[in-house]
Design a protein. Structure first.
Length: 304
């Protein structure tokens, strides 16, 4: 089976655990990888909510090998290699390929909006540099500027199924449908809404979902219900997930990172809630209590 066909289903983005001295806690990261496969994930990703924007270059170069070793062949490892320069992105891409990743995920540079010829040079350089599939990530719902659907579709026309997509520009549903239609339904498209738009995205033909790990038991159950066409079960599981994600999204990217780390600690998966600052969002007690109530409701739904 080709690498790109193995990349589908539920591919959660790992959350980065830190020790009290702010160094990466690789023992906890390994246990998280075991947990996500035991919970039913089809693979894993290193992405924005892995704190990639807060990692050092040395850490980003060494993490792919760790994650591939922790995964131990149980599913593909997708590594985010987006950077502010092509030189950086190419180094990260080589580290991912050499470390055993199954695919790359790449955002364009974030510090300035690029014209499409410069964007094309950036992505073409990555595609030429390594042989892995590349998920083109438009993360403009959180950071950066949106890329046109036609530009993204042209990358697929030039490189075929080596190019996959993770659109996050608003509105997400029409973006998914637009990419689907512009690529003749042949491109693998993934959604990353944290569950909020998963049912709508599934009906539009996505190949998989890229959530976090903190609600993974619910997201696996939701994906499987969609795959089975069991819409009654799908909506039952979806509602508490959607309510939690709505609280997360009010804080933007840091809203997801902070609440995810809180829930990972609450579930006993993280020994602490150490963050690398500065942070643009903090959980207050009232939001925390509402997240607790909703998470308990989700667990009751899953048990039922």
């Amino acid at each position: 089976m080709s690498r790109e066909h193995e990349i589908r289903g539920v591919l959660p983005v790992v959350h980065m655990p830190y020790r009290e001295d702010l160094a990466i806690d690789y023992d906890t990261l390994r246990r998280q990888v075991d947990h996500l496969f035991e919970t039913g994930a089809d693979g894993l990703c290193l992405g924005l909510v892995s704190d990639t924007l807060r990692l050092t270059e040395a850490e980003r170069l060494e993490i792919p090998e760790h994650l591939a070793r922790f995964a131990d062949g149980r599913g593909p490892v997708v590594i985010s290699v987006g950077a502010e320069s092509t030189v950086q992105a190419r180094r990260f891409a080589h580290a991912a390929e050499d470390g055993g990743a199954g695919a790359l995920m790449a955002m364009p540079p974030l510090s300035h909006g690029l014209a499409e010829p410069q964007l094309a040079e950036y992505f073409e350089s990555l595609l030429d540099e390594v042989s892995l599939p590349v998920l083109v990530q438009d993360a403009s719902g959180y950071v950066g500027k949106p890329m046109s659907l036609e530009f993204q579709a042209e990358l697929f026309r030039r490189h075929g199924p080596r190019v996959l997509f993770k659109p996050e520009a608003a509105p997400l549903g029409p973006s998914i449908s637009g990419l689907r239609d512009l690529t003749g339904g042949r491109a693998a498209i993934f959604e990353g809404s944290g569950g909020v738009l998963l049912i709508d995205s599934y009906r539009r033909g996505v190949a998989g979902t890229i959530p976090g790990v903190e609600l993974l038991d619910g997201l696996v159950a939701l994906w499987r219900a969609c795959e089975a066409g069991d819409w009654e079960r799908a909506y039952e599981v979806y509602l508490p997930i959607c309510a939690i994600a709505t609280l997360q999204m009010q804080g933007g990217l840091d809203g997801y990172i902070v609440t995810e780390r809180y829930l990972m600690h609450r579930q006993g998966l993280f020994p602490n809630q150490v963050h690398r600052g500065p942070l643009a969002f903090h959980l207050d007690d009232e939001t925390r209590r509402e997240i607790d109530r909703l998470h308990d409701r989700l667990q009751a739904v899953l048990r039922g």
